[in-house]
Design a protein around this ligand. Structure first.
Ligand SMILES: Cc1cc2nc3c(=O)[nH]c(=O)nc-3n(C[C@H](O)[C@H](O)[C@H](O)COP(=O)(O)O)c2cc1C
Ligand code: SF4
Ligand code: SF4
Length: 257
């Protein structure tokens, strides 16, 4: 990661204090009607850049410039809820590839997801041309575990680990890696929504995460570093199944205090 420095163009600054009020680290003061960045050791959240009405604040070291916009984009709430309600985990996929631009847009949704302390610790492994190689390794690992799983989990009794146990012949898989579980999971959730907005079906493969985190050879093959964990695995493809109604869910447990 490149070094980021926050800079204030004092010629542009009018001393309005918007950046000071919005800074989560109390890292900005106003002196002689000009903003002063107290320390470069902040979380580099970029709020000072984003909020300044005069574009007087900038941060160095990013590959992209800030994008100007008039109003934030808002989603239609009912449409969003309907999309969440009618989406299903997809386990049957068409034999149809996913375009690289779609994969890139899904990853963009992950990249733009917030992270605790702005850590941006999430990374992505796209399995595309060698999906079967990684699935084979996971299958081998799970077949060795199965007898033990059958001892403790009644649901594993009838479970068979076939050659497509993890990815169900899907054409694309994105493995989401992070140091922090919440950061990885939030990115995964936004990515799944983006995939669905692109007309794709999504399967979260918790089993592949388990295999990738537990099997030393799979970790090595995926190039995982010691502190990195596979948080989510999105199995992606065009759905080979049509649903005619929703699947029922439990009522929300809510307490109003
Ligand atoms: C974190 C997570 C891991 C999952 N792992 C698997 C998996 O390994 N294999 C599988 O068939 N389904 C997996 N699922 C799918 C769930 O079984 C599914 O979301 C749940 O039954 C509800 O169905 P729905 O998504 O269609 O509403 C996973 C879902 C989540 C959120
Ligand atoms: S980047 Fe964020 S934390 Fe740092 S000075 Fe700007 S607003 Fe404050
Ligand atoms: S928001 Fe911009 S103009 Fe206002 S004090 Fe901060 S740097 Fe200056």
């Amino acid at each position: 990661m490149k070094e980021h420095r926050i800079e204030v163009d004092t010629a542009k600054c009018i001393g309005c204090g918007m950046c000071r009020r919005d800074c989560p680290a109390s890292n900005i003061s106003i002196t002689n009607k000009k903003a002063v960045i107290e320390s470069q050791a902040c979380i580099k959240c970029g709020h000072c850049v984003a909020v300044c009405p005069k574009a007087a604040v900038s941060m160095t070291g990013f590959d992209e410039p800030p994008m100007e916009f008039k109003k934030p984009t808002v989603l239609d709430p009912q449409q969003l809820l309907d999309a969440i309600r009618t989406r299903r985990t997809i386990r049957q996929f068409k034999n149809q590839p996913v375009a690289p631009e779609v994969i890139a847009q899904i990853i963009e949704a992950g990249r733009l997801t917030p992270s605790g302390e702005n850590a941006q610790d999430v990374s992505y492994i796209v399995l595309k041309d060698h999906i079967e190689r990684y699935e084979k390794m996971a299958v081998r690992f799970f077949r060795r575990l199965l007898p033990f799983a059958r001892l403790v989990n009644p649901m594993a009794k009838n479970k068979e680990i076939d050659d497509h146990f993890f990815f169900n012949k899907a054409p694309a898989v994105i493995v989401i890696v992070a140091k922090d579980e919440i950061n990885g999971a939030l990115a995964a959730s936004n990515m799944a929504l983006m995939a669905e907005a692109n007309g794709l079906g999504v399967l979260y493969s918790g089993f592949f995460c388990m295999a990738a985190n537990m099997s030393r050879s799979l970790r090595k093959a995926l190039g995982l570093k010691r502190k990195n964990r596979v948080i989510a695995t999105l199995v992606l493809g065009y759905s080979g199944v049509t649903y005619h109604r929703t699947a029922q869910k439990e009522t929300a447990k809510i307490r109003f205090l």
